[in-house]
Design a protein around this ligand. Structure first.
Ligand code: 8YV
Length: 317
């Protein structure tokens, strides 16, 4: 009999879904009309869970799955899983480490350039037929140069380093903060986030959110200053969104490029009306290439765990 696997968020790569379905009895939790009845009937059989980084799995649900051996996260962030609880039950929690680094870094730079150069506002101007109505060049305000901007990276893990490589190619002086300085990173380490913000024209958030909720607050944004940009491709909860909206409204920072939000898919309405924000629907890893690589890693983690091995990418065991 095929092992039972509970899927908490969809996978968008058909070949990965085909293999999941061929190897396992897959139950799509998000399609269950009566989740309670489903758990009562099937909960005891579930040996594997597949979820997304942002979705994770709540302890209450893990508690309903007594045979659970592995939670395979189709993503790199495990902040939505209680690793200590999983560890106490011997459950492997895996992530797709390394698979999405390049795409997430690409989007970080894309969001920064889009925001400081007003690319989306310019697109709307042309698309909405405003150009012939306002042909004078002054109809659109001059933008801000990206090349050479002082970039501060928050979190110098895989993604932070890939962002640094890209920004360096644009001639950007770089500094970073993390829990500690990293001897193999050739850029300035600044222990204090406020000080990093003060020294930066753009702050790019690349940190894990496990213990960093709300670290970008009013003081940090104040330090970033009226010429500064905030880019977030990590987790919405790193930012105090209320403080961010207030800072943008008051012109205390110049703009923000955001792929992630505190309460996805809900975006603070004030951000929607601002010309100096570039907004994405949590898409940093959403390419065919990366999602295929991620799906392969999910399949490998399930296979290893359900064969009784410790998966290569386990973060809990
Ligand atoms: C994915 C993410 O969009 O890796 C993560 O932690 O949040 C994203 O890259 C998500 O996990 C897709 O399921």
């Amino acid at each position: 009999m095929k092992p039972h696997v509970l899927q908490l968020s969809p996978i968008l790569i058909p070949s990965v879904n085909e293999r999941l379905n061929a190897l396992y009895q897959v139950h799509r939790f998000y399609e269950q009309a009566d989740p309670e009845a489903f758990l009562a009937e099937q909960g005891a059989h579930i040996r594997g869970v597949v979820s997304g980084g942002h979705t994770g799995i709540r302890n209450e649900l893990m508690a309903r799955l007594p045979a659970l051996q592995v939670v395979a996260i189709n993503g790199v962030g495990t902040d939505a899983v209680d690793l200590a609880y999983a560890r106490s039950r011997g459950i492997h929690v895996t992530a797709t480490l390394g698979a999405l680094t390049e795409d997430v870094a690409d989007l970080a730079i894309g969001l920064l350039i889009a925001t400081c150069r007003g690319i989306c506002a310019g697109d709307r101007f042309v698309r909405e037929g405003q150009w012939p109505l306002h042909p004078q060049p002054s109809a659109i305000p001059l933008a801000r140069r990206f090349s050479g901007m002082r970039v501060g990276i928050v979190g110098m893990g895989r993604v932070g380093r890939a962002v640094a490589t890209r920004a360096a190619a644009f001639g950007c002086p770089l500094a970073y903060t993390d829990l500690r300085a990293m001897p193999d990173v050739p850029h300035d380490f600044v222990a204090d986030l406020r000080e990093l913000a003060r020294r930066s024209d753009a702050l790019i958030l690349c940190a894990a959110a496990d213990q960093a909720q709300g670290i970008v607050n009013a003081e940090v944004l104040q330090a970033l200053g009226p010429g500064g940009y905030l880019i977030n491709i990590a987790r919405g909860k790193l930012v105090n969104e209320h403080d961010l909206v207030a800072a943008l409204q008051a012109g205390r920072i110049a703009g923000a490029g955001l792929d992630v939000f505190v309460d996805e898919p809900h975006v603070p309405p004030a951000l929607l009306a601002m010309p100096n924000t570039t907004l994405q629907a949590h898409r940093a890893s959403a390419t065919w290439e990366t999602r295929t690589a991620m799906g392969e890693m999910v399949l490998a983690s399930l296979a290893q765990a359900l064969a009784g091995q410790r998966p290569d990418n386990s973060l809990s065991t």
